[in-house]
Design a protein around this ligand. Structure first.
Ligand SMILES: [Ca+2]
Ligand SMILES: [Ca+2]
Ligand SMILES: [Ca+2]
Ligand SMILES: [Ca+2]
Length: 141
């Protein structure tokens, strides 16, 4: 059983606790396997993909990590191929997002840097209107 993200009374350094939970072997680095394991732990029904509601629900209610908008921000980042779910296919790029120096490990500094970046994302993301009506005016034939 996963016991990470245990909730503390006072958690001034939630990010540190989070990192330690992700870094299962406590070597100070999160490698790809550890990273994958975190996301797949959110796959409640074990169908191989993590939907947004699975992710948000566990984030807020089960692991009590943070607010729903944090979950949404992270989810958007993690769903790198934009198919609306997090799967193993998203992991290499999501990992790359955190692994700033590309050494195959995410250390505490990288984690904190990118985590801080995540939280700057507004909870409401406006979707770029990609199918707006064509502005090219065509003379009727
Ligand atoms: Ca590790
Ligand atoms: Ca699932
Ligand atoms: Ca995806
Ligand atoms: Ca790194």
């Amino acid at each position: 059983m996963w016991s990470f993200f245990r909730y503390c009374d006072s958690e001034p350094q939630r990010e540190y606790i989070l990192f330690e939970r992700v870094d299962k072997n406590l070597d100070g680095n999160v490698d790809k396997q550890e990273f994958n394991g975190i996301f797949l732990a959110f796959d409640v029904n074990h169908d191989g993909n993590v939907t947004e509601s699975e992710f948000r629900d566990d984030w807020v209610n089960l692991y009590k990590i943070g607010a729903p908008n944090e979950a949404d921000a992270l989810y958007l980042r993690a769903d790198t191929n934009d198919d609306g779910m997090i799967t193993l296919a998203d992991m290499p790029q999501a990992f790359g997002y955190f692994d700033l120096n590309n050494d195959g490990n995410v250390d505490m500094n990288e984690f904190l840097t990118q985590w801080g970046d995540l939280k700057l994302i507004p909870s409401k993301v406006d979707i770029i209107d990609s199918n707006s009506p064509s502005t090219t005016t065509k003379a009727p034939h």
